[in-house]
Design a protein around this ligand. Structure first.
Ligand SMILES: NC(=O)C1=CN([C@@H]2O[C@H](COP(=O)(O)OP(=O)(O)OC[C@H]3O[C@@H](n4cnc5c(N)ncnc54)[C@H](OP(=O)(O)O)[C@@H]3O)[C@@H](O)[C@H]2O)C=CC1
Ligand SMILES: O=C1O[C@H](COP(=O)(O)O)[C@@H](O)[C@H](O)[C@H]1O
Length: 562
């Protein structure tokens, strides 16, 4: 059994923490002081004399290669890791550090992978990549990074291999045996049980001034029962403070911004309720299919892959009540509270789809292939690659407001956004065909933006009305500000010990409660998903379901970029 954390780690510092000792006219310096404190906290970690050992379990895999190693490199390059940090890769394959470097280095150049689709999606992408490539003057730094890396091969169920890993870690500790240990499980769920058991038995830090943290990737189970088993297993080995359940959407700029937008702006807090809001639509779209990895996807389907975790996390941040403070526990208490108000999803409130090849796509293009053409997908699979689901929150603020979540692969664009649609204007005096509902859109990606669709007098002599927007596009408002990748933020959080942006076990249990009955029904009844064409907007039935649930699409809005 792992020992609990020996000393309280700093969690988060906010203006409020500092403000309590201050008088009114000092308040303007509060945020500055908060920033200073945050820097001090970070500084403490950065200059911590105790070494940090970051172990990547599953170092030979896709996630490690494409996300974890590159993220560690960017943090190292930018001086955002504690001074003495060592990295150990652990996996079954017999690899040398040279092999591992050859595998990972191509992904360290820029954070979004180099698929041609990505380059199409992002304006100036090529320029951006060039700016992020390992430049001449960074080569020495990169060499230093790889010098701090080592690799240890071992099985996931052999205790002796974990003892060897522990010995390896010990060699990197201080002479008095101190090191903080971080284990990132970039592994398939089938080995979670053995790996966590062996880590807890053989690889925990023994020094009372040092800590051990374990970072767990989704899927956190397949349904309520399997998730509860996993949670029970983990909690028998580690304390909740030691477990960091990662949902990388919680590391995205605009997802983190939701709390500030809502709770630091009075004009939003007053209208954020059933009296003003007609519906909320949370969307995730990807313009590519399974890309030959359908075998993995098919075991889960789009609800487990994206909706039950990423979209539901966004929903909780949109809908929760204001927490007492910005401490992780206060925030997560509110998230759990709102989840508890959501009844299970019903079959009549969902639309399932599966993409088919587009005959109009050029010969040889991926879009020619449907989901079932992926050779790794079981023949005749009915797994959904698109889903729309309507959820309701039974509380005073939200009773009757549909929260419509939709996500899908092989759609017409890459997009993740939250769209708040307001009620019609009561007693409208203008031409009813011209006055459309207000919408507040929080675009998570690509190109972070917040825009408010509203009605204005048409400029000029006439007294007409027209639809326009108040537009806060980050690209132009925050030029030159480097937007960290979600994993960068989240790994820094693990080092500094803040769990705000990580999923607590009770939150997870509630998320599974909401989706388990529908998932079981789909697994047993295997309903036919509605076919939709690769590159389309998804099944029209999804638009009909949204219309039925008080989301009106007028088709009149035209955006004219500045
Ligand atoms: N700051 C910025 O960068 C800004 C960018 N824009 C851009 O302008 C464009 C239009 O803006 P947007 O807010 O999307 O407004 P639209 O009015 O085009 O779309 C509004 C909503 O209706 C949905 N929709 C689209 N077509 C249909 C349909 N046929 N039936 C039912 N629903 C439909 C869209 O979903 P679906 O996802 O399915 O299309 C979207 O959720 C977007 O590309 C947006 O990104 C606008 C303002 C600011
Ligand atoms: O967790 C997942 O997320 C990705 C999408 O992440 P993004 O940061 O690129 O938006 C998705 O492709 C994958 O299927 C899913 O497992």
């Amino acid at each position: 059994m792992a020992k609990p954390l020996s000393r309280a780690r700093p969690t988060t510092v906010s203006g409020r923490d500092v403000a309590k000792d201050m008088t009114g006219d000092q308040l303007e310096v509060v945020e500055e002081r908060a920033l200073e404190l945050m820097k001090e906290t970070m500084q403490e970690e950065l200059t911590n004399p105790i070494p940090h050992i970051f172990v990547i379990m599953g170092a030979s895999g896709d996630l490690a290669k494409k996300k974890i190693y590159p993220t560690l490199w960017w943090l190292f390059r930018d001086g955002l890791l504690p001074k003495k940090t060592h990295f150990i890769g652990y996996a079954r394959s017999s690899l040398t550090m040279k092999d591992l470097r050859a595998k990972t280095e191509p992904h360290m150049k820029h954070p979004w992978g180099d698929s041609p689709l990505e380059s199409q999606m992002r304006p100036n992408f090529q320029q951006f990549c060039a700016a992020l490539e390992i430049k001449e003057d960074e080569k020495a730094k990169a060499a230093e990074f790889f010098r701090l890396n080592s690799y240890q091969s071992g099985k996931y169920d052999v205790p002796g291999d974990f003892q060897a890993l522990d010995q390896h870690i010990r060699k990197l500790q201080t002479s008095s045996g101190q090191a903080n240990r971080l284990f990132y499980l970039a592994l398939p769920p089938s080995v979670y049980h053995d790996v966590t058991l062996n880590l807890s038995k053989h690889c925990m830090s023994c020094d009372q001034d040092c800590w051990t943290r374990v970072i767990v990737e989704k899927p956190f189970g397949r349904d309520s029962q399997s998730s509860a088993e996993l949670s029970h297993h983990l909690s028998s080995l580690f304390t909740e403070e030691q477990i960091y359940r990662i949902d990388h959407y919680l590391g995205k700029e605009m997802v983190q911004n939701l709390m500030v937008l809502r709770f630091a702006n009075r004009m939003f807090s007053r209208v954020w309720n059933r009296d003003n809001i007609a519906s909320v639509v949370i969307t995730f779209k990807e313009p590519f299919g399974t890309q030959g990895r359908g075998g993995y996807f098919d075991q889960f389907g789009i609800i487990r892959d994206v909706m039950q975790n990423h979209l539901l996390q966004i929903l909780t941040l949109v809908a929760m009540e204001k927490p007492i403070s910005t401490s992780p526990e206060d925030i997560r208490n509110e998230k759990v509270k709102v989840l508890r108000c959501i009844p299970e999803v019903k079959y009549e409130d969902i639309v399932l789809g599966q993409y088919v090849g587009s005959s109009s796509a050029p010969e040889g293009d991926e879009a020619r292939n449907g989901y079932l053409d992926d050779p790794t997908v079981p023949k005749g699979s009915k797994t959904a690659t698109f889903v729309e689901a309507v959820l309701f929150i039974k509380n005073e603020r939200w009773e009757g407001v549909p929260f419509i979540m939709r996500c899908g692969k092989a759609l017409n664009e890459r997009k993740a956004e939250v769209r708040i649609q307001f009620h019609d204007v009561p007693g409208n005096i203008f031409c009813p065909d011209l006055v459309q509902r207000n919408e507040l859109v929080i675009r998570v990606q690509p190109g972070e933006a917040i825009y408010m669709k509203l009605m204005m007098k048409k400029p000029g002599m006439t007294f007409g009305v027209e639809e326009t927007e108040l537009d806060l596009s980050y690209g132009s408002r925050y030029q030159g500000v480097k937007m960290p990748d979600a994993y960068e933020r989240l790994l820094v959080d693990v080092f500094t010990g803040t769990q705000i942006h990580f999923v607590r076990s009770d939150e997870l249990a509630e998320a599974w409660r909401i989706f388990t009955p529908i998932l079981h029904q789909i697994d047993t009844e295997k309903p036919d998903p509605i076919p939709y064409e690769y590159g389309s907007r998804g099944p029209p039935a999804a638009d009909e379901l949204r219309e039925k649930h008080n989301f009106h699409y007028a088709g009149t809005y035209k955006w004219v970029p500045a």
